[in-house]
Design a protein. Structure first.
Length: 109
């Protein structure tokens, strides 16, 4: 019986302040997660979509498996990549990791 009375809310509203501070804490944690994790991930996804939509025939690319090549044909979901000596491979567009600029390859030489 004494245990139930100890757990009962007090009539002066002493427990209400802790509820507000708990809600504020959860809101702050959500805001931190949003700005540290969710928002940057959405930004990277948009940049990747832009990269994949802007590739064109003749672009030098690197696939996610590390194969260097040149785009020789494009379909809606696939691309044909010339990897050298007239060897062409067909990949999904999503397998393209990055587009290699001609300036980057010239600076390395």
């Amino acid at each position: 019986m004494h245990l139930l009375l100890a757990m009962a809310p007090t009539p002066d509203g002493g427990g209400g302040g802790s509820m507000v501070s708990t809600l504020i804490m959860f809101g702050a944690i959500f805001a931190i997660f949003y700005f540290m994790i969710i928002r940057p991930q959405q930004k990277r996804a948009k940049e990747r979509e832009k990269l994949l939509s802007e590739i064109k025939k003749g672009d030098k690319i690197v696939t996610s498996s590390g194969i260097y090549g040149t785009i020789s044909g494009l379909d809606e979901k696939t691309c044909l990549i010339d990897v050298g000596n007239n060897v062409k491979m067909k990949f999904e567009r999503s397998a393209i990791a990055s587009v290699v600029n001609n300036k980057d390859t010239e600076e390395k030489k």
